[in-house]
Design a protein around this ligand. Structure first.
Ligand SMILES: Cc1ncc(COP(=O)(O)O)c(C=O)c1O
Length: 378
């Protein structure tokens, strides 16, 4: 490997959420950021920006949106129009306001990323939660899928928005073309706008990510796509994201409600430009490292905890695991923190039950240590 994914920095020193919330001596695998140093090209771009010593109001140069358009074209062989892009300060604030492009309620699946559920709610929207269906595909492995019958039952005449998370945090699915087409048909039947959170779209193993609006004509005209490079490139604290909205009227409505959300700041502009333009090699190696972590974790769970049930992670660096055969199923997070000194997110944040979410974007040694601690504690 040409790049360094093994160096550990003391993230407590910088007030990292993940480590500040974990007591000294506890290994933390919680909030979805990675423990890796960012790509050298991004570090350089930030240092160059600092060296300017000019922190005044700025207009991003053309290279900012061009880098995103270039990445989209390289990745999906799809030429975006510049006017479709609206830079925003982050995906979560955009999720909060996106609901207001329509007056009706929001429908979405659970379990789901907690802020995706709460952001529109906090912005005053009613949210209808519909459980995904889960099937055991082989002993110890489960797979989560969209249950269209349940969606049809739960939707109300007032529902006007579908919030999608793809790749799906926390269940690790990368939805297939057929599944996305079914979502689009569902949306068409009920005249819905789809707000598609694709922030994890670059963290893929064997699957291809399909941007939602490319699925068909209806999706093209009725999608607000939100994405950012923060997860992939270890820079989520810098902020900055893109909304991509091909339909002009929808874009203008989003623009009208999103003013308060703000734009990426000058460091965000520098980091995002470099991430989308200069970091393909780094990303390739990151994915190799993460694939190693995923395979290691899934294999070791099977070996050490044969009664555990886990998802096979298709995308994201988040594993969704049920250890209820070993410990109190509804208190797994607390039990593991108390007895094994390892911290995960519990299922409640995702409006799920009986699972922990394990963020494996860390040095492999940390995963190994955690497994040893858990085995001992069990
Ligand atoms: C699905 C999803 N969307 C959005 C975010 C956060 O986005 P941002 O930091 O751009 O607000 C996360 C972070 O965990 C996430 O998992």
């Amino acid at each position: 490997m040409n790049y360094d994914f093994e160096t550990k920095i003391d993230r407590r020193l910088s007030g990292s959420v993940k480590y500040t919330r974990a007591p000294e001596g506890t290994l933390a695998f919680t909030i979805a950021d990675s423990d890796f140093l960012t790509a050298p090209a991004i570090q350089r771009a930030l240092e160059e920006r600092l060296a300017c010593r000019d922190y005044g109001y700025m207009i991003p140069r053309a290279e900012f949106t061009e880098s995103f358009i270039g990445w989209f074209d390289r990745t999906y062989q799809f030429e975006l129009k510049k006017e479709w892009l609206l830079p925003v300060s982050g995906v979560v604030p955009a999720l909060a306001v996106a609901g207001h492009v329509k007056s009706g309620s929001v429908i979405m699946n659970i379990p789901n990323y907690g802020m995706l559920l709460s952001a529109p709610k906090r912005a005053g929207k009613e949210v209808i939660e519909v459980p995904l269906k889960c099937r055991i595909t082989e002993p110890g492995t489960e797979r989560w899928e969209i249950d269209f019958n349940r969606l049809e039952e739960a939707i109300t005449p007032d529902t006007e928005l579908f919030y999608l998370c793809n790749p799906h945090n926390p269940v690790g699915r990368v939805y297939s073309l057929e599944e996305l087409q079914s979502i689009s048909s569902f949306a068409r039947r009920h005249h819905l706008i789809v707000v598609s959170d694709e922030i994890h779209c670059e963290i893929l193993y064997d699957h291809r990510h399909i941007p939602f609006f490319t699925v068909d004509e209806y999706a093209m005209e009725h999608t607000i796509l939100l994405t950012a490079p923060g997860k992939t490139f270890s820079i989520p604290g810098i902020g900055g994201a893109f909304a991509v909205i091909p339909n002009k009227e929808l874009r203008e409505r989003f623009q009208a409600v999103s003013y308060a959300v703000g734009r990426p700041n000058l460091f965000g502009v520098a980091a995002l430009t470099a991430a989308y333009r200069d970091c393909d090699d780094w990303k390739r190696e990151l994915l190799e490292y993460l694939r190693g972590n995923r395979d290691y974790l899934e294999t070791e769970i099977r070996k050490r905890f044969p009664k555990a049930v886990q998802t096979h992670v298709e995308g994201t660096y988040l594993a969704w695991i049920d250890l209820g055969a070993y410990i109190n199923r509804e208190e797994q997070e607390k039990w593991l923190a108390d007895h094994a000194k390892v911290m995960f997110n519990g299922a409640e944040f995702f409006h799920g039950t009986g699972h922990i979410r394990w963020n494996f974007a860390t040095q492999r040694e940390n995963i190994q240590k955690a497994l040893e601690r858990m085995e001992k504690a069990f």
